[in-house]
Design a protein. Structure first.
Length: 158
């Protein structure tokens, strides 16, 4: 009986040591899921928390600059690629994201883009913000843009 229990005791001791080491490392900070939505025909944006966390709902405006432009062909389809910086100026502070947008012309003045983004800096409540995500943008025939980004964010060092 002793010889059968010895391996079990060793396994339990190893598990206890592992659990103790993990507990000593401290809690793992969860990322908060957010959405950023732009109303078509306006520069107004809303930051919408999708899960609980440090960020609260906020609103403000969006500006974009520093666009690059290049074209690639994939399977015979022309895709325009841009990588602008977007600044979200909200009531609780501001943050800047580096973006990559791949645009496809749908015809009749409609254009759709898939989007990736990453926070590069912030101020106010967003001073230590870090995170990334994905999104979609639609350009309507009148030039108005509708944008929705979603992603995971947290604070540096947490």
């Amino acid at each position: 009986m002793k010889t059968k229990l010895a391996p079990l005791a060793l396994a339990l001791a190893a598990a206890a040591t592992t659990l103790t080491a993990v507990a000593a490392a401290g809690p793992v900070a969860a990322k908060q899921r957010i959405a950023i939505q732009r109303t078509a025909g306006s520069d107004a944006v809303a930051l919408i928390p999708l899960t609980s966390g440090a960020l609260a709902r906020d609103s403000g405006t969006i500006t974009a600059c520093c666009w690059s432009q290049r074209f690639v062909f994939r399977d015979g389809q022309s895709i325009e690629i841009n990588d602008p910086l977007m600044t979200f100026t909200l009531k609780q502070g501001s943050f800047v994201t580096r973006n990559r947008i791949e645009w496809i012309d749908l015809g009749n003045g409609y254009v759709v883009g898939t989007h990736t983004w990453k926070v590069v800096r912030g101020t106010g409540d967003y001073a230590r913000l870090e995170g990334r995500g994905r999104g979609a943008v639609v350009e309507l025939p009148n030039g108005a843009l509708k944008l929705r980004l979603e992603g995971l964010v947290g604070t540096q060092g947490s």
